[in-house]
Write a protein that binds this ligand. Structure first.
Ligand code: FAD
Length: 297
């Protein structure tokens, strides 16, 4: 099966690129394994144009409908392998092989969640949130926990002070530097005296049990535990990635491997719907211009 571009990943980045490429009259395939981060968004209030908010599943459904309207083919499945095929690439999905001279990687990332039961449900109920830029506004004046190593969680805790004067850093560190408590107190953040030994979701939030059995209740918890960037298909071909694992690209979303572009969370460290859409527009336009002309008539 031959296409002008295969897009790996049918989240906001991949679907937006598919719409652009479809409107450039290119033959495009989106391969999608179906676990977009956007599926976890209960309601986004920072995506431009939706003043009343929009849920991630609703947004994905509309993006997909739009891409299909312009002729994008969709294939549900996982691209397991990508091999060089002349100047282009051959992608394996189960027993099928898809070929294209251009590939757009839009595979996103997976947040590392706290080891606790019921994480998905807690995310749906907004007692666990991952992205302060996305939704800290919705946590205004709430009791907020930021959970991670002091080094990683401190900047996020400071960011949360814009929204609440009840911010606690729940450390994962086994030993706590006493200077950290002073530093955090200076910006109005409380440092819990120990790492929590238990962190169950409760009806209206999260209950952290510390080592001495003290219980702390929070309305919302922001984990800062890192992420797994799904860049394996291109890193196996030698693409450069940064220290977080995100693909390094240029101002046209080109990776360091010829004819492979990247967009969305797999690239950026500002992991946002609007950034994914912006990357996709840039990548799709560059891909169209790089392909042989498709003049009409
Ligand atoms: C709880 C939560 C709330 C959020 N709220 C907001 C918000 O309010 N505003 C905002 O701007 N952002 C928000 N975000 C972030 C937003 O969801 C992401 O920035 C956005 O989804 C990134 O889009 P993407 O297309 O790059 O990746 P994704 O949406 O993650 O899509 C990647 C797709 O690629 C597929 N895939 C991966 N590997 C393969 C493979 N090998 N073969 C085939 N398919 C593959 C996956 O299955 C997935 O469907 C939130 C995220 C979370 C988790």
């Amino acid at each position: 099966m031959n296409f002008e571009c295969v897009i790996i990943g049918g989240g906001p980045a991949g679907l937006t690129a598919a719409t652009y490429l479809g409107r450039f009259r290119r033959k495009v395939l989106v391969i999608d394994a179906g676990d977009s981060r956007a599926l976890q968004i209960p309601e986004s209030h920072n995506y431009p144009g939706f003043a009343e908010g929009i849920s991630g599943p609703d947004l994905l459904r509309e993006l997909r409908r739009q891409a299909e309207q312009y002729g994008a083919d969709m294939l549900q499945g996982t691209a397991e392998d990508m091999l060089r095929d002349g100047d282009g690439y051959a992608l394996k999905v189960g027993r099928r092989t898809m070929r294209a001279p251009r590939v757009l990687l839009a595979t996103g990332l997976i947040d590392i969640s706290p080891a606790m039961p019921g994480v998905r449900q807690a995310v749906a109920q907004t007692s666990i949130r991952y992205c302060p830029v996305c939704d800290a506004y919705e946590a205004t004046d709430k009791a907020i926990a930021v959970y991670g190593s002091i080094e990683d969680a401190e900047p996020k805790a400071a960011f949360m002070r814009t929204y609440s004067d009840r911010v606690t850093l729940l450390p994962t560190d086994s030993e706590i530097d006493p200077r950290a408590a002073e530093r955090l107190a200076a910006i109005g953040v409380t440092l819990a005296p120990s790492a929590p030994r238990d962190l169950p979701p409760v009806d209206d939030g999260i209950c952290a049990t510390l080592q001495d059995c003290e219980e702390l209740r929070f309305d919302v918890l922001y984990p800062v535990l890192g992420c797994d960037v799904r860049a394996g298909l291109v890193s196996a071909l030698g693409a450069r990635c940064n220290d977080v694992g995100c693909v390094v690209d240029d101002d046209k979303q080109r990776t360091t491997v010829a004819n492979i572009y990247a967009a969305g969370d797999v690239v950026s460290d500002l992991h946002q719907l609007s950034v994914a859409a912006g990357h996709a527009a840039i990548a799709a336009t560059a891909i169209h211009k790089s392909l042989p002309n498709n003049f009409r008539g």
